[in-house]
Design a protein around this ligand. Structure first.
Ligand code: SF4
Length: 377
């Protein structure tokens, strides 16, 4: 079993908080789509001959900046090149401003069965501040349009801890999300990434970071309200109605191999991790010459153990000690148990002796990067 990711690095404009690889060179879209289809042919063996692709994910950037015909070209090419499970999950990320009734219907016809919308907040002032193209009404209408086109597996992204966002405002965002009849929600704490316009504003004193207590209250409110509404909290930032967990993202956290296609995309085959050059011109030129603009690193035992700790602890199902022992042996298990003890003592990590599973507590989630990295070898 494996997964397929296609990166579409085009955005109509740049949001002030974003440090993802993307470009506004929209005139290169067709050349890029052709290059990704060619990359599929060049790397058709990457996943091995006998593996079935269970999930396709078209992410970005803004995939909805492609036409339905270009998206269809990518999906057709994937079906021609790889062995795709007939019951696969096929997700596309969409900007609410791009969603029209005809696009929604065409996406459904092409075979996409899951939509992920970057809404971020329903507060129009905050949307303007962070440079999003849509307003709250556009976001609400985009969800309705997708539902009318037959999408019954819709996810939205929200951000909390936005500049001057109060707990009450965040509560209104959660209510607005729950009123939409969606099946999945991802919510992230705002990050001030160096090199972004938002970071420059922070440095200039134009905005202030939400304090830790407020962020924690927002997170706690999110967890409580979503659970109350019947959502399963299955990963640090992800919530789903029963049977609607993201199969694609779950496969990352479970360590399933995946191929990433397109500029900046990463691939993983359990033994190594590879990544394409994050520059569309170099990517297109290389592929046109039949060359892969790809770098790889071999994952030795230490790296594979670190990878398991990092991915499993992000899940609410946690890190199973039996899996660590089976894959890596007693020395790694002892290291893990010794390193984890201080966090168990301080309540940041919990250990269930019956299931032999470590999980992060809600407070631990806020320092998850520090905790996880200190469990590494
Ligand atoms: S649309 Fe998404 S990828 Fe593009 S700049 Fe905004 S946050 Fe970044």
């Amino acid at each position: 079993m494996s997964s397929l990711y296609i990166h579409i690095p085009f955005c109509k404009s740049r949001c002030i908080y974003c440090d993802f690889f993307s470009t506004t060179k929209l005139e290169r879209r067709q050349a890029y789509v052709d290059a990704v289809c060619r990359e599929m042919q060049l790397r058709h063996n990457y996943l091995g001959d006998h593996t079935t692709v269970n999930t396709i994910y078209i992410g970005g950037g803004t995939p909805s900046q492609l036409s339905a015909r270009q998206i269809g070209q990518l999906i057709d090419s994937a079906h021609t090149t790889f062995d795709i499970n007939p019951t696969h999950e096929a997700t596309i990320e969409l900007n609410p401003s791009d969603v029209t009734p005809s696009l929604a219907t065409e996406l459904k016809t092409i075979g996409l069965n899951r939509a992920s919308l970057g809404i971020q907040t329903f507060d129009d002032n905050l949307l303007r501040l962070i440079g999003r193209r849509h307003d709250s009404l556009t976001a609400i209408n985009a969800v309705k349009t997708l539902q009318q086109a037959g999408f019954d597996n819709i996810s939205i992204d929200l951000i909390y801890g936005l500049p001057n966002q109060s707990l009450e405002q965040w509560g209104r965002d959660i209510s607005a999300a729950l009123n939409l009849g969606i099946q999945h929600l991802s919510a992230y704490s705002l990050m001030y990434e160096e090199g972004t316009r938002l970071f420059a504003m922070l440095e200039a004193g134009q905005v202030a970071e939400a304090d830790e207590e407020l962020s924690l209250s927002m997170y706690q409110m999110l967890v409580d309200r979503l659970k109350e509404a019947g959502f399963e909290h299955y990963e640090i930032s992800n919530f789903a109605l029963p049977q609607h967990r993201s199969r694609h993202n779950s496969s990352y956290w479970d360590g399933t191999p995946y191929i990433g296609l397109g500029a900046g995309a990463h691939s993983y085959d359990r033994q190594s991790r590879c990544w394409n050059v994050a520059d569309i011109d170099t990517y297109i030129d290389n592929i046109a010459c039949g060359q892969l603009p790809l770098e790889c690193e071999h994952l030795d035992t230490d790296k594979r153990y670190n990878e398991m700790v990092m991915t499993r602890l992000r899940r609410v199902d946690g890190l199973n000690v039996n899996e660590v022992e089976r894959e890596f042996g007693t020395p790694y298990l002892q290291h893990l148990e010794t390193a984890a003890q201080q966090y168990i003592d301080s309540g940041l990590l919990t250990y269930d002796a019956t299931t032999r599973v470590f999980t992060l507590s809600n407070r631990g989630i806020f320092t998850s990067n520090d905790i996880i990295s200190s469990l590494f070898v």
